[in-house]
Design a binder for this molecule. Sequence first.
Ligand code: SF4
Length: 356
Amino acid sequence: MSIDHIKEKIFSNERLTREDGLELFRSNDLLALGRMASHAAQRKNGNKVFFVQNMHINPTNLCVNRCTFCAFSRSRGEDGAYEMTIDDILDRARKAGQSVREFHIVSGLHPDLPFAWYVDMLRALKAEFPRIHLKAFTAVEIDYLAKLSGLSLTDTLVTLREAGLGSLPGGGAEIFDAPTRNTLCAEKISGDRWLEVMETAHTIGLKSNATMLYGHIETYEHRIDHLLRLRDLQDRTGGFQAFIPLSFHSQHTEIKKSAYTTGFDDLKTLAISRLILDNFDHLKAYWIMLGEKIAQVSLTFGVDDLDGTVVEERITRAAGGATDGSMTREEIVHLITQAGRTPVERDTVYNEVKAW
Ligand code: SF4
């Protein structure tokens, strides 16, 4: 089926409908999708491709939830379980080097640390690294911290912000469709609650990202509905900075699949995300999951952000991610320039640090 009528909409800057999105998913004209998504991306960011020098810190893999798709989490006493003290976290942060601008901090839901521990962790990091942005806690963690604190969502977020929280990453969104979500992670907060946490964060001025985990048991309809719900919230708050589709890695998880998502599906999903999410400024390819080569090719499928130099990430590697988990600044710049694009190093909130 031809997707020319959708192309016309894109070139005249018209918003796509649910049906348009489904048609795009049913089309196999990948190059046409790439051209449309590139047009939409260039309209927002020109030739620029952003990246940030960041360090991931995953303080613990102990988690009370144990979602079926998660290869990272452990119960206490289980092989591979670990937990860091605040001193351990500071030690790790000290290895970051001068040019790191962001700590990306996400964890399992620890069974017994009190809310005060998280506040102390942020304060300790901020005291020693005042210039490094703390992007921390998925909406799932924020919901958990609100329960621990006994405070409202707003007051929980305000307390964390006062301790040094700069913004939220976008994890934990998975897929909003309730039956699918219940199969993947019945213990996790609902899609509605995820959106409520983000809306509350945006309302008090905290920016965040948004993600979607795809390539497991969901359908194209679920993907489009997920994107549309994000687009609706963004219309109301404008608080999302980037959208990051996360390709599912099944190794070491309870969801059995014979293969990872394919390159074709990865590129298609990125391009369609760019086209549906017309109110998101940035589309990020998470190269740790996609692999460097597909991430580079995605720059002609609507992507304008290659995330970070990411020093040591544990979560995707636990599920058999495609890379060793780190790339130097020179390697990222090389990938971007080889794709004919302009590399721009940014901070967390997209202030430009250096362009090549
Ligand atoms: S996905 Fe998050 S909430 Fe679920 S088990 Fe893993 S760490 Fe815990």
